[in-house]
Design a protein around this ligand. Structure first.
Ligand code: NAD
Length: 292
């Protein structure tokens, strides 16, 4: 196998997915008059969040969907934000609602996540959607990053039944839902985290290794079983003599010779997250159209 064949090109996969979603959005509009619509709410001036929001708004429009951006000042109260969410919940022309995290400290993150209608929760963070995923129901929204990871894994290994999967990191937005998705695919899943006694030993058993710890270069060459699929979710900014760079959680050059396939950073998981957000928005719009 040549080196390039081992690289999982998330950018190209996401481009194709967005193209398909565009066609489906146009078809839904033609058939029902419904334009899938995503409301994106941002509170405050965090520059990284502003970039994420801009990218989401642009991608939504490029996919033939509508986006409505609400930018609230940094001193917005929790009550004011919850009132906006209630308005968006009640607006039938809005199918998906996303509140860009983090929110300022005067606002409780969980209060915000709980307030979004589960049927418009295209991030998949509401406990009702987390619960649906946990009990194996397929009618909820799945968080975008693990959903994108699963698509990339299945693009190189379609049948995952019986595989040993190890997930490093167990946050609610990546690691936990990732583990549940892999379990539903028939994998035997080990979840590891900061308190795990020997993460490297667990990782070495993995046919599929997903790394979402937020630690640059955590996974070393001798952590990886030969032929494993490695999905690097990490986004870490590191300073190098040549300037700042974005790197993943995997020491890529060390790990690459051993893997069966691996996602690069950038250009692996990142582009899939927004594409999956669009997929969830289309799913929400379809459900709304079917209900009317
Ligand atoms: P988080 O900080 O909420 O969770 C990190 C998890 O990793 C925790 O469960 C922690 O116990 C575990 N962990 C940390 N250090 C560890 C270590 N040394 N060994 C084992 N486990 C360890 O982070 P998160 O929000 O899940 O994000 C993780 C990474 O993924 C970050 O770099 C983030 O930027 C990135 N991310 C990328 C995307 C994307 O679209 N590509 C989306 C979300 C998050």
């Amino acid at each position: 196998m040549c080196a390039d064949e081992k690289l999982i090109d998330g950018k190209a996969f996401a481009r194709r997915l967005r193209h398909d979603l565009h066609e489906q959005a146009v078809a839904l509009h033609a058939r029902t008059g419904v334009v899938p619509t995503l409301a994106v709410v941002m509170v405050g001036e965090d520059p990284a969040s502003a970039v994420y929001v801009r990218n989401k708004v642009r991608a939504t429009e490029q996919a033939g969907m509508r986006s409505v951006a609400h930018h609230l000042p940094g001193d917005t109260s929790e009550a004011e934000l919850l009132a906006l969410i209630a308005t968006l919940n009640a607006d039938p022309s809005v199918h998906g609602i996303l509140v860009q995290l983090p929110v300022p400290q005067q606002i409780r993150r969980d209060a915000v996540l709980d307030a979004i209608s589960p049927e418009k929760d295209v991030d998949g963070f509401h406990i009702v959607n987390a619960g649906r995923l946990a009990v194996g129901r397929r009618d909820g929204f799945i968080p975008c990053t693990p959903l994108g990871c699963l698509m990339l894994i299945k693009s190189v290994r379609p049948d995952l039944a019986g595989q040993q999967a190890v997930v490093i990191g167990c946050s609610n937005i990546v690691g936990r839902p990732m583990a549940r998705l892999l379990q539903q695919e028939g994998c035997t899943v080990t979840m590891t985290h900061l308190r795990t006694r020997d993460v490297a030993a667990e990782a070495r058993r993995a046919d599929i290794l997903i790394v979402a710890a937020g630690r640059a270069g955590l996974v070393r060459g001798d952590w990886v079983k030969p032929g494993a699929i490695v999905i690097d979710v990490g986004i870490n900014r590191v300073d190098t003599p040549a300037g700042a760079r974005i790197v993943g959680d995997v020491a890529f050059d060390e790990v690459f010779p051993h893997v069966g396939a691996i996602t690069p950073v950038p250009g692996g998981v990142g582009p899939m997250t927004i594409a999956c957000l669009l997929q969830n928005t289309l799913q929400a719009a379809r459900k709304a159209a079917a209900a009317t």
